[in-house]
Write a protein that binds this ligand. Sequence first.
Ligand code: UDP
Ligand code: MG
Length: 321
Amino acid sequence: MSNIIYSIVVPVYNEEEVVDECYKQLKQVMDSTKKNYELIFINDGSKDKTVEMLKQYCKKDKNVKLIDFSRNFGHQIAISAGMDSSRGDAVVVIDADLQDPPAVILDMIEKWKEGFDVVYGKRLKRKGETIFKKLTASAYYRFLKRMTDVEIPVDVGDFRLIDRSVCDAMKKIKEKNRFIRGIISWLGFKQGEVLYERDKRLAGVTKYPLKKMIRFALNGVISFSYKPLKIATFLGVLASGAGFIYFLYALYQRFFTEAAVPGWTSLVSLVLFFNGVILIILGIIGEYIGRIYDESKDRPLYVIQEYVNFENKEEKPVRGG
Ligand code: UDP
Ligand code: MG
């Protein structure tokens, strides 16, 4: 058994401008708890100096651990790797860019001691983010809530504390396109929240370009809801209904009026319309099939190229490469 009480999981991707400050602040906050802790950094295939810097901390500070991915696997997978190898009684996930203030961890710990198994940080305000990001994020959380049957809290990111029991349950989840905050809600357990203000990034730019954000958002909806499929069916029914009415009208014109033969305009618009609908539906079905394909390949979730400061084999993740 380990005597580690707290594990802090920090995914990092090209964060050379912020890791120094991040490490300093996390160390300060965690030292103040006077308990044993580990800071697990997951280097998600950074191309800058991040990994060298992390290795430096590992050398001089045995509380720091590093999981070095062989390439960029993505934020959600990095968090999973950190959880898998964590040993603490409570595990905290936090971003490296200090948008989530490390001091809030202490509030989370207090809540955890009150008996909550999951304590998530709820953002009161988001500073220094573009209007576009704020608007899309806010709309997305509300959309997600309507689309899914799982109670996923609104305006909550991955900044949270989970109890060991939740972390162990998490390890049993095998899906590849993972939406961690959704999975944690799906798991259940006693959930609590602490309120905080999200700061702006300390330095550097977001590592979530629009493309990654869209993929992430899609995973959230599709992994937790069959509603898009239902909408597809609904659209199909609606389109067929409209088509049928137009068909009746065409019959009427043909047999009961002297009108000229309908021109190609109507024909073309019908073809276009139905092709459009079919394509939308195929697209939605494709999204699901793509995910079925992903899951059926059953590849390891990630590949680790190096472990630093992990003492023995048992400390290595149960899953993975
Ligand atoms: N991150 C990662 N892999 C990625 C993208 C991001 O590990 O592919 C890390 C990043 O270093 C940061 C956290 O995930 O610690 C959140 O990313 P970011 O702050 O860029 O996202 P935003 O706050 O802009 O949504
Ligand atoms: Mg950020």
